[in-house]
Write a protein that binds this ligand. Structure first.
Ligand code: MN
Length: 450
């Protein structure tokens, strides 16, 4: 399977899902605005970003179908495949750097001027400046040598400097190990990758799993990697840009604000700083940016999280059918779990498992198998007809949540579970039956209408 950005763009073009813009477009707001108007129906390539020669793509995959199709799968198959990939990762393959396209241009030293090299965009009104939003950050745990891959936002700070937001997850804890010894942490940022690599980078697995090994299992072949020029790290052969550098110890500088996935701004504060020592790129590279809170951004977070949650909830109770992290909840905070309920109390156990899967999960709704967890109307119907708040809603106060949730107390958050399933022991179960018109689905209106 072709896991290059270019291969995927060709596929999008063939099926009419790639729009191109040849007129001059400003990297400040205008590109994001056009891309947002085209989302989720189309990917867009801007061939003439003002002041730059490098084209910008946006919206590589904006529906569940797009992500599945990029791996030649259906949506249902993608969830199953992701679960298998988490259980059986495939090690990456190191290949020689000679002739590797991403090394066609190598820029070092004083020539590393990121604003000049990258057509980075300003996405939202109050953003502090230009941000890289689709760069995967590769590091290695200094104690185990195991690779970690993550996407963080990176603010261009002039010259070779970037600001970064590290939430208390894997990169944060790996960097902490280096920083506690007063040492920098080598990093590589890769931009311009296939959706499968981006998706695997978002797997919410335990620390110590190389996300590119999950990508190998997802795509059915080891991900080919090549050594960096100035740091002791490897990057995927198939990418457009590589930024090599270091996360600096004991330095924090102003970063943000930045419009984030909850459709609110993450505030300005003192955050981590990276220094880029070398940039390699293809002779005619393509730059990828993700407009925050579009479905491209949200689903990148949702699909891997849903797979991990499905696994965890299955351990708590085998009857889970589907998990949906809903877009209006930023694909992080709100979760709908569909179960084939067989036992009293089962819905609550599913909620406990969902809350433990990620600190971000805040409100959980559990529905029966006759309710479509991906249809907000159906979910609300279940809450309205199957739930009594005094009996079916529980609240846990003061758990660990997400700092980007503006209603949290700097990340400390209440959790709420809503059981919208039919009470198992209710003697009047038929009162809950969803009414149906027999034969509705089989009606072909063209046979009826004049
Ligand atoms: Mn990780």
């Amino acid at each position: 399977m072709d896991i290059s950005l270019r291969g995927w763009l060709r596929t999008l073009e063939e099926c009419g899902k790639l729009k191109t813009v040849s007129r001059a477009v400003d990297a400040r707001f205008e590109a994001a605005a056009v891309a947002k108007k085209l989302s989720p129906d189309y990917c867009v390539r801007f061939d003439n970003i003002k002041g730059h020669t490098v084209p910008v793509v946006c919206g590589l995959a904006s529906t569940r179908e797009d992500f599945a199709k990029s791996m030649g799968l259906t949506v249902h198959e993608l969830m199953e495949r992701f679960n298998q990939a988490l259980e059986r990762p495939v090690p990456c393959e190191l290949v020689p750097g000679e002739g590797c396209a991403v090394k066609e241009r190598i820029i070092q030293g004083a020539d590393v001027d990121l604003e000049r090299i990258l057509p980075a965009c300003v996405h939202h009104e109050k953003d502090a400046g230009k941000f890289l939003t689709a760069a995967m950050l590769i590091t290695k745990d200094p104690e185990t040598g195991i690779r970690n891959v993550a996407i963080h936002r990176h603010q261009l700070k002039g010259g070779n400097k970037l600001g970064a937001l590290l939430l208390p997850r894997h990169t944060w804890s790996i960097f902490g190990k280096a920083e506690s010894r007063g040492k920098p942490l080598e990093v590589a940022l890769v931009i311009g990758c296939h959706p499968a690599l981006l998706l695997s980078s978002q797997a919410t697995t335990r620390l110590g799993v190389d996300e590119f090994e999950i990508a190998g299992a997802l795509t059915g072949a080891p991900v080919k990697m090549v050594k960096c020029e100035t740091v002791d790290l490897e990057v995927p052969v198939e990418c457009e840009f590589v930024l090599e550098g270091r996360l600096l110890p004991n330095i924090r500088e102003s970063e943000g604000p930045f419009g984030e996935y909850p459709r609110t701004y993450g505030p300005e504060s003192s955050k981590h700083v990276l220094e880029i020592t070398c940039v390699t790129h293809r002779a005619q590279p393509i730059y990828h940016t993700i407009v925050p809170a579009t479905t491209e951004h949200l689903l990148l977070g949702a699909i891997p999280r849903e797979a991990v949650m499905t696994q965890l909830i299955r351990q708590a109770g085998p009857n889970v059918l589907a998990v949906n992290l809903t877009p209006a909840g930023g694909c992080r905070y709100h979760c709908v779990i569909q179960i084939d309920k067989r036992n009293a109390g089962e819905a609550k156990n599913a909620m406990f498992a969902a809350f433990t899967s990620s600190t971000e999960v805040k409100h959980v709704v559990v529905v029966d198998k006759d309710v479509d967890p991906f249809d907000p109307y159906d979910v609300e119907w279940a809450i309205s007809t199957r739930c009594q708040a005094g009996r079916d809603v529980f609240i846990v106060r003061g758990a660990m949540g997400n700092k980007l949730d503006p209603s949290s107390d700097n990340g400390v958050s209440d959790k709420m579970g809503i059981d919208a399933t039919i009470p198992w022991t209710d003697p009047n179960r038929e009162h809950f039956l969803k009414m149906e018109i027999p034969g509705l689905d089989a009606i072909d209106l063209s046979e009826y209408l004049d």
